[in-house]
Design a protein around this ligand. Structure first.
Ligand code: PEP
Ligand code: MN
Length: 432
């Protein structure tokens, strides 16, 4: 089943090619297949040392049952289309990197509670539904700026997330192991099982109409294409392709080349797709991305996740919002208020200050509103635990306190209190 085409927008963008030309292009372009990405440059893929093992793992993944269902994905698309029409707001929270430490019921329930509490507060302020989306049940792979990293006095291959290698400071532990793709799939299934049980137990209300739907929507960066490709399934009636690893896959800031493998891969699936949009993004390049990923101008298809940094957001974002609107892409603009505000503390920890996070949230709301758009969501790296990874807030975390409970597997997360403060700020801005 093809997602229903959007009703004809009231104002057709003049830059849009005519229906006739679009139909011609569709006829001459070869049909998309899940393996097409292989003909495009794929950034950030591990050097798997055992090609035969990788093939066996891919076959095993292809034989598994879907983790999420087309009906759930369609339900999320419908919710996101409301956000694209200024009738809902996305609340996307979770770990920078999930780990393979056993997911516990308590840990998963706490994440669901945190997400629902933030969504409830924002939804009440807005008098519209807030859509809870976790960075959860699959967020196991990380892009890295450098292939190596210094750990103490050792220069090691970078840790790329539990889906690829082990963080232990040992060169052997850092060798990519394709068996981890299967383990990661198993962990994702376990976490999804917990999310479904939480919904069924009545402890957390699902947002989907589908029977057995999870308590929150799942999302992760679709980074490792050898993992994602075997999890694409085709509608038995010969229709759409669905990425069944997660409801909302996103493309990261390091892999969003419009001609690259990740964009080609997600072009063909019917899921909603997120794209991180950084401060160096040219309006023309963003237009190309939108044309590739949202050729049919469908509300609920594209989620653009702005991650500009507090300093840049107000100058860089408005022309991008205007450009996308002029081209007639009914996207959801979401504010990732953490990734542009990372710095290294005096204690040597990668951290973020809650004041900068707050400044980026304010800047995002005013930039999107100035451009005539709808601030459609928030995206934060957050945990319900009382960790000391980000500074600021009240009761505050000082830089000297960072070593006390610095537990993240990758980027620093806002702790429970800091996340609640950020959600309160979003709610205040929604009331304006
Ligand atoms: C992330 O979301 O963890 C991440 C790596 O973000 P970005 O691609 O925006 O840098
Ligand atoms: Mn991160």
């Amino acid at each position: 089943m093809k997602p229903p085409p959007s009703p004809a927008p009231t104002a057709r963008p003049s830059a849009r090619p005519s229906a006739h030309l679009t139909a011609l292009a569709a006829r001459s372009a070869p049909a998309w297949t899940p393996a097409d990405w292989r003909r495009h440059p794929a950034a950030q893929q591990p050097d798997w040392p055992d090609a035969a093992l990788l093939l066996r793992v891919r076959a095993r993944l292809a034989a598994t049952a879907p983790l999420v269902t087309p009906q759930e994905i369609m339900d999320l698309r419908r919710s996101l289309s409301r956000a694209a029409h200024a009738e809902a707001f996305v609340v996307q929270l979770g770990d920078c990197a999930e780990t393979f430490d056993s997911p516990t019921f308590a840990g998963t329930a706490a994440r669901v509670d945190q997400l629902h509490a933030a969504a409830r507060e924002i939804g009440r302020a807005l008098h519209r539904p807030a859509i809870p989306v976790g960075r959860i049940a699959g967020q196991y792979a990380k892009p890295r700026s450098s292939p190596t990293e210094q750990v103490g006095d050792m220069l090691l291959p970078s840790f790329r997330g539990h889906l690829v290698n082990d963080p232990a400071p040992d060169p052997l532990a850092r060798v990519p192991d394709a068996m981890r793709l299967l383990r990661g799939h198993g962990h994702a299934r376990e976490v999804l099982g917990l999310l479904r049980e939480l919904a069924q137990s009545g402890m957390a209300v699902p947002d989907s109409l589908a029977v057995g739907a999870p308590a929150v929507w799942t999302s992760h960066e679709a980074l490792l294409l050898d993992y994602e490709e075997p999890l694409v399934r085709r509608d038995p009636s010969g229709g759409d392709w669905w990425l069944t690893s997660t409801h909302l896959p996103w493309i990261g800031a390091r892999t969003c080349d419009p001609d690259g493998a990740h964009v080609r891969f997600l072009e063909g699936v019917a899921n909603p797709v997120g794209v991180k949009v950084g401060p160096s993004t040219e309006p023309g390049r963003l237009a190309e991305l939108c044309a590739r990923l949202d050729p049919d101008h469908q509300p609920g298809r594209l989620v653009l996740i702005s991650r500009m940094g507090a300093e840049a957001v107000e100058s860089v974002l408005p022309p991008l919002v205007e450009k996308v609107a002029r081209l007639g892409h009914p996207v959801v603009w979401v504010c990732d208020a953490v990734h542009g505000n990372t710095y290294t503390s005096g204690t040597g920890h990668k951290t973020r200050h809650l004041d900068a996070v707050g400044a980026e949230i304010r800047g995002f709301f005013s930039a999107v509103r100035a451009a005539g758009g709808w601030p459609g969501g928030i995206h934060l790296e957050a945990t319900p635990d009382e960790v000391t990874e980000c500074v600021g807030g009240s009761p505050g975390v000082a830089e000297e306190e960072l070593p006390l409970r610095y537990e993240t597997a990758c980027d620093p997360r806002l702790n429970g209190a800091q996340t609640a403060q950020a959600a309160r700020l979003v709610a205040e801005l929604c009331r304006e």
